[in-house]
Design a protein. Sequence first.
Length: 239
Amino acid sequence: MSSPSRSEPLAIDLDRPIPATNLLVISLIVVHLVSGGGAWWGRRRLDLLDVWLFSRPPGIRIAVGGQHARLVEDGALWRLATSVMLHVDALHLLLNTVALASLGRLLEPWIGGVRLWAWFALGGLGGSVLSQLAGVRQSDGASGGAFALLGAAIVLGWRWRERLGPEDRRLMGPVLWAFLGLNLIASLLVPAVDAAGHVGGLLVGLAVAWIPVHPAVRAAEILVIGGFIGACAYGWILG
């Protein structure tokens, strides 16, 4: 989708189909179920519902591609990608998919599905990289990608604020800023949350929202998506 001109009004379309967002959410759910089933088959002592619904032990998450600082340092860089698609339990998955579905509802009609997936992938990788650099021993989940989309939405709302109607301006401004503030506070206060991963994704989102729409950029975004999916496939099949 091309950026609107400075002379035309801009409205947030909440009724348009969002197939890319739906595919992203479905992909995360499928990966969670399949990785849980794979972990259960490898360790039959664990109850299948425990693995799917409740907290997966660190060893189980590592076995299905979770990020682990030492393994990444030893060369398993693909874990920076596969870990983005993995979650600790059903609640973790639910929180991230709800956030992604909500942000996708705002962004996909505006920026298109390819850019949405590319920004999610870059944000997820940015979160994984910053977690690794910060010395986080183990971190999994799509939160970095969600924070990237949130940061990008805030930047786009600010960039195009003059063309937004009052309600849309409030939604893309104060409402999203409040949502960001609450999530950052939770990231810092809840011990189990990887704050570095959230901040890494957010920084990526704040940056990519300034990238112009251009055929060369679109080609790069497609390469990002292909590289992310390829890294996941390599890790799960050959890693």
